[in-house]
Design a protein around this ligand. Structure first.
Ligand code: PEP
Ligand code: MN
Length: 339
């Protein structure tokens, strides 16, 4: 921790800060410049609110230099985490994994038609919500376990792995037999009870960034899962809420290289929720791969005009297939391949 004292700070005030730090167990290094004193505090493992230091008389500012997320931070595994799934699919290993499918599982016909298109175009994981977090309680809420059965069946038939969202603790045992990855949605990123339960599993979790979450908060949420012993966490940028209204959310592409620097966890981009408009999905998907994303999560529907949720942001199968061709050209330019 670095504490910069005000130019006007008295010797007594400086000593008071030093005493406080020593009491907390820190070793304090003092650097006295011509105008200002700076204190460097190292060594203590204590958890405390840094504002308590900033409030001491004579303190100008205080900054933490060690990250508050120990397990999710890059230094825990400098070489990066690779999440290994069935069928030899690996997220984080240099090739970009494309996960695609409808927003919600709606029917056998809809899901199988879409899954076939995803598989033919080169997707590796079939997405589809069976439990849906809808903004309105009157909107379609998902097919529940019936939807999960269809997902698994379609995945097996077309050689795809399966990802689906878990919204609450009680759904975990329902989802477990059917899915390869559990998705935690933006609305649940800070549902700490749910995250703790997911930490007890040995099943990969894709954790989406909340609509108003900082990247530090995203990493602290990942820390909740990892603290329970489940290190198979994949992060996901899915757009955040800003003052811009043209798009549904603002796709924060810069989150990708930032997370790759701060954390060893693989990073996914969801340009469908990130933009909310199908005409902007492909450009953002291309940008995400160029920016270093390890995976993409994309909504595709065999008949988006009839979709029960998120039709406007769902790609037509032909659009998805064209996008995959483009990604196969972009990936090598940044030293990657499409899985
Ligand atoms: C989804 O993937 O369909 C979804 C609901 O995503 P988010 O949690 O990002 O809104
Ligand atoms: Mn959706």
């Amino acid at each position: 921790m670095i504490i910069a004292m005000q130019e006007s700070a008295s010797e007594e005030q400086i000593q008071q800060v030093i005493d406080r730090l020593v009491n907390l167990g820190f070793e304090v290094h003092r650097s006295t410049g011509a105008r200002q004193t700076v204190l460097g505090a190292v060594g203590a493992q204590v958890e405390f609110d840094i504002r308590n230091l900033e409030l001491l008389p004579g303190v100008q500012e205080a900054h933490r230099i060690s990250s508050p997320y120990k397990l999710a931070g890059r230094s825990f595994r400098p070489e990066g985490t690779i999440v290994s799934l069935a069928n030899g699919v690996k997220i984080g290993g240099g090739s970009v994994v494309v996960m695609a499918g409808p927003c919600s599982v709606e029917s056998r016909e809809q899901l199988f038609g879409t899954a076939e298109a995803v598989s033919k175009a080169g997707g590796r994981v079939l997405r589809g919500g069976a439990f849906k977090p809808r903004s309105s309680p009157y909107s379609f809420q998902g097919m529940g376990e019936e939807g999960l059965k269809l997902l698994r069946e379609a995945g097996n038939k077309f050689g795809l792995l399966v990802i689906s969202e878990v919204m609450e603790i009680a759904q975990i045992p329902v989802l477990m037999p059917y899915v390869d990855i559990l998705q935690v949605g933006a609305r649940n990123m800070q549902n700490f009870n749910l995250l703790r339960e997911l930490g007890k599993l040995r099943k990969p979790v894709l954790l989406k960034r909340g609509i108003a979450a900082t990247l530090e908060e995203l990493l602290l949420s990942a820390e909740y899962i990892m603290a329970g012993g489940n290190y198979e966490v994949v992060l996901c940028e899915r757009g955040i809420r800003t003052f811009e209204t043209y798009t549904r959310n603002t796709m924060d592409i810069s989150a990708i290289p930032i997370i790759k620097k701060l954390s060893h966890l693989p990073m996914t981009a969801d340009p469908s929720h990130g933009t909310g408009r199908r005409d902007k999905v492909a450009p953002m998907a291309r940008a995400a791969v160029a920016a270093g994303a390890d995976a993409l999560l994309i909504e595709v529907h065999c008949d988006p005009d009839k979709a029960l949720s998120d039709g406007a942001q769902s790609l037509y199968p032909e659009q998805f297939s064209k996008l995959m061709d483009e990604l196969r050209m972009i990936a090598p330019a940044v030293g990657r391949t499409i899985a």
